[in-house]
Design a protein around this ligand. Structure first.
Ligand code: PMP
Length: 354
């Protein structure tokens, strides 16, 4: 007999969760891809130098604890390598934190408008979620107080607006929290504000970082959790035993060791972002200042959905939002200067014809 879904022993919380929808990832190269906040610049060629040696070892399991990668990361983050957990992307770190600190039925808190994966992970885990309102500028203008929360996810900069959260509110959140506060710094290298110093002040803080955006390695899936040794020791038990493959470990280590190259790129991306924002305002968009590698802007003369479709016809991919609190917005990842010129050209044609 063929079993129907309803007869399978699926956990209610899994069955009832719609699941996370990642951004469009076309498998052809004919798009200008400005939709999922990847870095438009490739990593430097020298990071591929030792890959052949790694490929010749694919028969063997990789280092289960990503030793060299964690050592390279420790130098950048100015902590000990025992304070670092390497993850298969920073999504892996978020998931591990949830499974380490929250029992099903307990509470996880995050902002009403933020990275939507927090909700999916929480629901699939069978935990309760509490969302905390941001103010009219999508800012956290007071601490997130939720005494029952075992884990609080806060992204700074926070998508989809892309601004860092106010430091005083974050500090007070960490002081008052009875559980863990995970500050997701996926976009922090494009921002002047990070919170690594919180690690010396608060025992309950985890900072997560990714190599997907600032280090041009989205395809390799590498992220980090940075926290006290006590926290990392527990999270380490929860991760998959070989959660990073050997190619990812080697490329990510080499990329971290090429840090100065990436710093120049971050500078470039920030300059392009400022130029894009000025041009969008000239083209009658309302937008937010961003300290990420994307901007959120609302066209005042066309629906965001129409703009998205018309850009897609012209082989330019952006993302559009119709969230109740951000109706009619497109989110545009920062591309190369040439890509952004082509985007602006396309928007002008859509607006003025031609
Ligand atoms: N955190 C935030 C706030 C993000 O926007 C993203 C990207 N979707 C991630 C984490 C996940 O990044 P990674 O590629 O490291 O899993």
């Amino acid at each position: 007999m063929v079993k129907t879904t309803s007869m399978l022993p699926i956990r209610d919380c899994v069955f009832q969760t719609p699941g996370y929808t990642p951004g469009e990832q076309p498998q052809t190269n004919d798009y200008i891809k400005l939709n999922t906040n990847e870095n438009p610049y490739p990593p430097p060629p020298e990071i591929f130098q030792d890959i052949q040696a790694e490929l010749s070892k694919v028969r063997l399991y990789p280092d289960p604890v990503s030793t060299q990668l964690r050592q390279a990361a420790a130098k950048i983050f100015n902590v000990s390598s025992e304070q670092i957990l390497a993850g298969n992307g920073s999504d892996d770190i978020l998931n591990i934190a949830l499974r380490t600190f929250v029992n099903p039925g307990e509470t996880v808190a995050f902002l009403d408008l933020t990275y939507s994966l927090y909700e999916t992970l929480t629901r699939v885990h069978g935990a309760n979620l509490v969302t905390f309102p941001t103010n009219e500028h999508f800012q956290l203008d007071r601490p997130l107080i939720c005494p029952e929360a075992k884990l609080i996810f806060l992204a700074s900069p926070n998508p989809p607006v892309g601004q860092h959260l106010r430091r005083e509110s974050l500090e007070e959140t960490c002081e008052k929290a009875t559980g863990i506060v995970l500050i997701d710094e996926a976009y922090v290298d494009f921002s002047p504000y990070n919170h690594l110093d919180f690690l010396t002040k608060y025992e309950n803080v985890i900072i997560s970082r990714t190599m997907s955006k600032s280090y041009s390695l989205a395809g390799m899936r590498v992220g980090f959790g940075i926290a006290s040794r006590a926290i990392i020791e527990q999270m380490d038990k929860v991760r998959d035993s070989y959660n990073l493959d050997r190619i990812a470990q080697a490329l990510a280590t080499a990329a971290l060791n090429s840090h100065p190259y990436f710093e120049q790129i971050w500078e470039k991306v920030c300059q392009t972002r400022e130029r894009l924002m000025v041009s969008l305002k000239d083209l009658d968009f309302l937008g937010f200042d961003s300290d990420s590698n994307f901007v959120l802007a609302s066209p005042q003369w066309i629906s965001a959905a129409d703009l998205y479709h018309q850009l897609k016809e012209r082989k330019i991919l952006v993302r559009y939002f119709n969230h109740p609190r951000i109706t009619n917005y497109v989110r545009i990842s920062i591309g190369t200067d040439e890509e952004i010129d082509r985007l602006l050209e396309a928007i002008k044609k859509i607006k003025y014809g031609g």
